[in-house]
Design a binder for this molecule. Structure first.
Ligand SMILES: [Zn+2]
Length: 142
């Protein structure tokens, strides 16, 4: 299969998951994680359904992919999402070390509208560039 067609199929699946949410009166968020040309994780926003504030589409897709691969690092995987990730999901993407993500749209909008305005913007996810400082623990107890 042509890579670009496959790329579109993955995004279509993420948008279909988002549309399922919209049909249920929920926000338009869907995501899939792809490994070696195969979807190994998918999710849609289930915050209300699961009464879990972390049940965002990307988080659920990442969890399923990690279970599938039996590891928490997903360096060989790509995530396709209906919208750009929130800060929590972006950090989960970084922690899981996914190689890139593709978002269909920047703004929150119904998936049907997003589908018309799909803009493939694959780009590498920056690795954690958090500044760390070593601190002498003994100096804290005196
Ligand atoms: Zn999120």
């Amino acid at each position: 299969m042509d890579d670009s067609l496959q790329h579109e199929d993955f995004m279509r699946r993420a948008l279909a998951l988002a549309q399922e949410n919209v049909n249920d009166g929920a926000p338009p968020y869907g995501a899939v994680v792809v490994h070696n040309g195969e979807i190994i994780g998918e999710g849609r926003n289930m915050v209300h359904e699961k009464k879990d504030p972390s049940a965002h589409a990307e988080i659920l897709a990442i969890r399923q992919a990690a279970q599938h691969l039996g590891q928490h690092r997903l360096e060989t995987c790509t995530i396709y999402a209906s919208c750009e990730p929130c800060p929590m999901c972006l950090n989960a993407i970084r922690w899981a070390r996914l190689k890139k993500f593709t978002a269909a749209h920047r703004l929150m909008m119904p998936a049907a509208q997003a589908q018309k305005k799909v803009m493939h913007r694959p780009h590498p996810v920056p690795y954690r560039n958090i500044s760390c400082k070593k601190m002498d623990a003994l100096s804290c107890i005196t």
